[in-house]
Ligand binder design. Sequence first.
Ligand code: SPD
Length: 341
Amino acid sequence: MADGAQFATELPVKRPREEELNGVVSVYMEANNNGASTVELPDGIPSVIPGWFSEISPMWPGEAHSLKVEKILFQGKSDYQNVIVFQSATYGKVLVLDGVIQLTERDECAYQEMIVHLPLSSIPNPRKVLVIGGGDGGVLREVSRYASVEKIDICEIDKMVVDVSKQYFPNVAVGYDDPRVSLHIGDGVAFLKAVPEGTYDAVIVDSSDPIGPAQELFEKPFFQSVAKALRPGGVVCTQAESIWLHMHIIEEIVSNCRQIFKGSVNYAWTTVPTYPSGVIGFMLCSTEGPPVDFKHPINPIDADDGHVKTNGPLKFYNSEIHSAAFCLPSFARKVIDSKAK
Ligand code: SPD
């Protein structure tokens, strides 16, 4: 019999099945039919039909979270992906890229606040910040709470995401109103390669999942470029998937980051009910230089009210949830710690 620790490590690991990666996977259920009939749609056709939206992907085989659709507000195809906005019955407006939920009005605060304040509350006086991805503007909105920040660059590959967010999610895209923001439409990988060494205090990588346009943002050469772009003791925070679904992806990211970032390497997580498995994680690393203790914020944004007048109150983040985010379930801690050796 496997010992408990072995079992715990293996339990949450799910690997995409070959046939699901290559096959037709979009399915919807008509409203009020009790799930009796399903219809298959060809690849690339989003699974939004008046009724229910089901989020189906080879990245979470065998499960799908569904939201009741009240109205489809926007459907488009950019050079990179399918873009959809719909009004849901219970989570407000929802932004979907290639069939995957990126944000909902109701729970976007959890993700955007955590991906920004975990890194920026961990270093003194961040001045230059780079955001890769994050075209909806929510990360910008949170970065702009820091009075010490002088310059916020954002590199988003898909202009349609920016435009759609400005039109349908004004409370998220409000981040673009900050005069410290410079928007660059283009490939984040190429952008980073051209950044002079040591430019940024912090890099925040707000990517979609590693299939489609964001794939390279999860690979080792990308992390090497991030490290080069950071000053000594600079920090990076990247979207790092779910401990329930993607331990194999997380394991690889941790392993790469431990080779590249010679300051500290940590994994944190939070709840986001409309993301697969209801949780999402973040990889937080620092480069060699002034030490960064991510678990104990030294620049806590919730201790200062200066930003509330312009940005409104924080809805999710506080210093206690910051420290708690680094407490991992045993199965995840075992895998992540094993990469330290
Ligand atoms: N599984 C979806 C992960 C999406 C992460 N990025 C969301 C963008 C919100 N700014």
